[in-house]
Design a binder for this molecule. Sequence first.
Ligand code: MLT
Length: 264
Amino acid sequence: MRTINGLNVSEHGNPDNPAVVFVHGFIYTQAMWTKMIEFLKDDYYCVAYDVRGLGASEVGDGQYTMESFVDDLSAVVEGTRLDRPVLCGLSMGGYLGFRALERDPKKFRAAAMLDTRAAADDNAAKLRRAAGIKQITEDGLGAFVDGFLPKCFSDRFKSEEEAEFRRHMDAAKAADPKGVKGCALAMQGRTDSTAFLATIDFPTLLLCGEHDALSPVEEMRAIADEIPGAAFRVIPESGHMTPIEQPSATADRLREFLSTLSKG
Ligand code: MLT
């Protein structure tokens, strides 16, 4: 682990291999990629970091925007000297990823977007964010996590892998409320990347858990349809958190995609 611009960054594998930079979802940390990175690190140089406000990255004043998150991603790419890595983002990491690609498409070789969306929050989503922030302020982060996190996982995972599900609940409850609220505000205020999709001219993979309740299969398929040449794959028996619920299958799909990319 090392710190770049206040961000907790980890690097796995041989830096001479093709690089992938991983951006996690809300309210998680880079630990959500741990099992997938185990599957990939012998062949790919895997870089992950905690988004500002979460994990062991600095919280600061909690005033984040999607633009400041993209600045942070650039600092990680530059600080680790990655040369046009593949960008892999899940959900909030995908929002951040789409915006980073839109701002500077030449910085990345290809993109793998998992369980995410390209559109901005609509009014209903903005109001849900506002209610969530109010709940954290008035009732504490635990109450918010109790309502939010169970929606991220399939019923199968919550019953068959209950101990792991509980660990993710506990980890989310241990986050800094100021950082969590800052992330919610950044997501609430993000721009809409839908118009950018048709202009994408680099290889793109979209992955979605079969039972994703937050970014459902039909919505992700529609994103893939907008991106010229994009591949779209469904991860069976998974909710929103594909790298946690089905790390092996998710890593296999990512590996298939990575193996099609030229090294140059
Ligand atoms: C995530 O997994 O990052 C969240 O579901 C994103 C969101 O709340 O929109």
